[in-house]
Design a protein around this ligand. Structure first.
Ligand code: GLA
Length: 453
């Protein structure tokens, strides 16, 4: 395989330090999710693809229990912290928090480490684009830290440990990103189920290309987009409380509903039980027979202990449930379609997924709407927003034979057309970038790996 930009970056950097010694290299890929959005934390499936772009880290042990990190790029400045099982986070949004998340999760599982870690990182996964550069960093640091300490753990368990561990940064995410980063197989999309984690590869047909297009709206999950993201898992938690009460049985995650209703009916049934409409904290408290403070504490509490703020008008649990449960069906359908080599059907399901993400999950934005429309009109089998939403990328499946013409149409229609007209400042950002940074067709890659440098 050719050496990626990120790998070249860390090699050069280590050489400038004098090289030598026992440096090793870890590579942890970013991902693009083909279908299955905001389902994972509900115990419902996803189907991402690992990218041929990664976070790379050259690393070696340190004799003291410290982690010393630096990025090749100046904006990822040096970070150093002491290892313990209660590591104080940096301020929100600081890149060092992802390393702290990884190390703290491992230390809680394995106890005191024998050695520390020195690492130099670089990456060619665009940040803030919904391609999981942050989870790739968590995985890279975790694999490096486990390696220098001779800690062994099966990859599925590592994925679960890090999914929980990444909540350290304050997001209430599920397990998709860490699992695909660790378990992906080259050439395939990975259908992932949760609680417990199970992964099934579905080869992407050879005549079908995966395409990723950045809307250029940044959605930093650990910073600005954090509360919008966290609102969705919170609304699903609210839905579970309402369903538990009305069904008179424990619904701890939405996937539990599949024990009560056939999968095809679950979305509609849950919607009917909860009822459309908005739920204020007061209405929730009245329904559950709890004081309002209890409703706030139990249902709205976030990782930092504070309650999430009620959105204007109230929460929308019913729509979120319908999205998650119908999306689970679409993931199954798309996996079967890939197995049959039926890109038309996979594309159709991606379109339906996009509509549900927009209307029921409500995680789209005008830029993503324009981008997905242009991609659809440019001859894709199907396209949709991908990742947490509120910006970031769209993903599409397109016929490989038509790829160059297809990419030209998207370039013209969105970047040189809609974006220039409607968001000139974002179009100017595009002008500074090589095409392959914002519009590209990745080869579905294998999961993370470690090799001598
Ligand atoms: C983020 C989270 C994932 C998943 C997606 C939405 O990427 O990290 O766990 O919830 O959003 O599908």
């Amino acid at each position: 395989m050719s050496v990626s930009l990120a790998e070249a970056g860390v090699r050069e950097y280590v050489a400038s330090l004098g090289g030598g010694g026992d440096w090793r290299l870890v590579r942890a890929p970013g991902r693009v999710n083909l279908i299955g959005e905001h389902t994972d934390y509900n115990g419902l499936p996803v189907m991402p693809v690992a990218l041929d772009r990664a976070v790379c880290a050259a690393f070696r042990p340190l004799t003291t229990p410290l982690v010393r990190l630096r990025g090749v790029e100046a904006r990822f400045g040096p970070r150093e912290f002491e290892v313990s099982d209660a590591i104080e986070p940096y301020s929100p949004g600081d890149w060092g928090n992802y390393a702290k998340a990884a190390v703290q999760a491992l230390v809680r599982r394995f106890g005191k480490p024998r050695v520390g870690l020195e690492a130099v990182t670089d990456g060619d996964v665009p940040a803030g684009a919904g391609l999981s550069s942050s989870s790739a960093l968590v995985v890279a640091v975790a694999l490096a830290f486990a390696e220098v300490n001779d800690w062994e753990i099966p990859r599925v368990e590592m994925a679960e440990l890090l999914a929980e561990g990444e909540r350290y940064v304050g997001t209430q995410g599920g397990g998709m990103d860490q699992a695909v980063c660790l378990l992906a197989e080259a050439g395939s999309a990975l259908e992932i189920e949760f609680f417990p984690t199970r992964a099934t590869p579905h080869p992407v047909p050879p005549d079908v290309s995966v395409v990723v297009a950045n809307s250029m709206v940044t959605a930093e999950k650990s910073a600005g987009a954090r509360s919008s993201y966290n609102l969705r898992p919170t609304e699903c938690r609210i839905a579970c409380a309402l369903l538990s009460g009305r069904l008179k049985r424990e619904v701890s995650i939405l996937a539990d509903l599949l024990e009560v209703f056939p999968a095809e009916d679950a979305g509609g049934a849950a919607l009917e039980i909860i009822g459309e409409g908005l739920w204020t904290t007061k209405r929730l408290a009245d329904e559950l027979g709890w004081p309002e403070t209890q409703a706030r504490q139990v249902l709205l509490r976030q990782k930092d202990g504070l309650a999430l703020e009620e959105p204007p008008g109230g929460f929308q649990p019913a729509r979120r449930v319908r999205h998650a449960l119908t999306e689970a069906l679409r993931v199954r359908g798309a996996a079967d379609a890939l197995d049959r080599g039926d890109a038309q059907e996979a594309g159709r399901l991606m379109r339906l997924s996009h509509a549900s993400c927009r209307d029921d999950c409500q995680i789209s934005c005008p830029e993503l709407e324009a981008l997905v429309r242009v991609i659809d009109e440019s001859g894709a089998y199907g396209a949709r927003l991908t990742g947490a939403g509120f910006g970031g990328c769209a993903v599409a499946l397109a016929p490989s034979t038509e790829l160059p013409g297809f990419l030209r149409k998207v370039q013209k229609g969105y970047y040189q057309g809609w974006l220039k007209e409607n968001r000139p400042e974002l179009a100017r950002d595009v002008d500074k970038l090589p095409l392959g940074r914002y519009l590209f067709s990745p080869e579905p890659a294998a999961g993370a790996s470690i090799a001598p440098l």
